[in-house]
Design a protein around this ligand. Sequence first.
Ligand code: GRF
Length: 224
Amino acid sequence: MTAAEPLSAVVLISGSGSNLQALIDEAQRGLPIRIRAVISNEPDAFGLERARHAGILTRVLGHRDYPTRDDYDEALGTLIDEFEPGLVVLAGFMRILTPALVARFRGRMLNIHPSLLPKFRGLHTHQRALEAGEAIHGASVHFITEELDDGPLVLQARVPVEPGDDPDSLAARVLSREHRIYPQVVRWYAQGRLRLDASGRPVLDGRALDRPLQLDELTPEQIR
Ligand code: GRF
């Protein structure tokens, strides 16, 4: 028997691409995905360098070149489809997606957000968590639906806020957890263990998730 083909994936970025790097690193250690392309809406995104360095095809699709969000997302959907991905991974892609784009990739598009959703949707999550006096902050991986920074939650990492934290120190600790949870969720998906059911609930290993899994509670079977 031959090993299953790796799942083809397209990664969307806008910036640094450290989550992209975590996926590249894990793919080199056996995460069963093949990143067919990295697409950025920003030409200067450092993540493009990371992709090139790893020998991955890159594309820039600048949103400023399109008159409307609908036009841009139509072009983006067409570009993504050229690579026939089984999975579309948003890794710091700083755009609100149109319902048409979301529908096009429903059930095969993931996002990571730097908060314990549903808390702190949108931007500046670390600063807002500090201002709110949160004791625990974190990050969430979810399927994409029409809601901004929301959608069926799969896995979260909780990160304690420490005395003296500022938004940068907190962001750095959250980011290091992001680099654990995103490859884990992508692994489940690529292994065929994770899907979105007809009612829009994530299902892992045949069990519907009514609430997100937590990184520090995963069982050895789940981590495999
Ligand atoms: C991450 O914090 C991610 O959760 C958010 O944007 C940031 C992207 O970081 N959506 P990077 O580009 O992966 O380094």
